[in-house]
Design a protein around this ligand. Sequence first.
Ligand code: SF4
Ligand code: SF4
Length: 200
Amino acid sequence: MFKTSAVVAITDEKCVGCQRCVSVCPSDALAMNGRLAVLDEPRCVGCFKCVEACYPYNAISITASPNPTTLTVPEDDYEQPSVDDLCAKARYAPDAMVCLCTGTTAAEIAAAIVDGVHVPEDLALETGVRAKCGMWCLQALCACSTHTAYRWSAPRRTTASIPTAAAPTSASGRFRTRSPTSTPNTGSRKTWPPWKTERS
Ligand code: SF4
Ligand code: SF4
């Protein structure tokens, strides 16, 4: 969920056509029209990444949004079995917060994907995810999209790609990053990680 409170405006006279703003916009709200950047205002989520990108030229200003909106997926949509199924495949609890900046949950992302969102830019518009740091949510987005008809990125290894049978677990059943059968931790830094050699 992300609440928009402002939109941006471009001053044509100051725009030098560098395209920096276009490349950082998470919701595809900016495009080039010849030498000038143009804004598709309904697609702007008010993240201000373009304002930062245009800092040298100061061609983008912030204005209060005439229609503040909340970007979120209706909670009723979370209840679908297909949403739970997609969350399970991506190894996220449905109520897990996958975006610390916007508070977006795995269920919101899964529900949007199940609803037909099939590009990351539309997911930002639907849920607000990717509208801030765009870093912590990436693994969840990759994990969810890997299990749908759409693939947003080349296959890559994440913790979600380790088969359950192969994932070492602790006595409590929680995922461990280190096997209990690997080099025992004697408390000495010299024994871990194993590829490091001891200093003489
Ligand atoms: S970053 Fe600024 S100067 Fe560059 S294209 Fe966008 S609006 Fe124009
Ligand atoms: S404020 Fe964010 S969403 Fe709006 S145009 Fe700029 S980069 Fe795109």
